[in-house]
Design a binder for this molecule. Sequence first.
Ligand code: GDP
Length: 145
Amino acid sequence: MPPAPGGKQRTLSIVKPDGVKKGVIGEVIRRFEKEGIRIAAMKMLHLTRRQAEGFYDVHRQRPFFASLTEFMSSGPIVVMVLEGDDVIARNRTIMGATDPKKADAGTLRAEFAGNIEQNIVHGSDAPETAATEIRYFFSDMEITS
Ligand code: GDP
C-alpha cells in the first residue's frame, strides 16, 4: 500500500528561551501529545552565540540575524524530535504564523508569543531542513524508535 500523504516524518521542535522563561514547556508538550505526536527525543540546552549562529545559518544575511542569535543564546531552550504522520506541517499548524499578530487563534504563537522574533517555538519547515536540524542537535543514539 502506498504511504499516506506526508507519510511518517520527523521534525525538530524547539521551545525558545522566551517559552522556557514564560513556563510553557509543559503546554507545548501537552499539545503535541494531545495530537498523538510522538516525542522521539528531548533535551535542554543553553546555546552559545556561535551555536545559535550555526543553527540559523540560512538567515545570516537577514537584518535580524544578530538580534535573533542573541535572543536564541539568551537562556535555556528545549529541543525535541517529533515523529508522526505529516508531523512537519502539523507542528507548523500547532505553532501558528511566525508573526503572532498573524497567527490563528488558539495556536501556540497567538497565545504565548511576544513578537515576531520572540515567538516561543521553532519547527522545521520541510523534510530536508528537518533532517539537517535534527542532526545539528541529536545523534542517532539519542533518538528513540
Ligand atoms: P519560522 O519558520 O516561522 O520560525 O520563521 P523563519 O524561518 O522565517 O524565521 C526564523 C526565526 O527568525 C523566526 O521564528 C523568528 O524568531 C525570527 N524572525 C523571522 N522574521 C523576523 C523579522 O522580521 N524580525 C525579527 N526580529 N525576527 C524575525
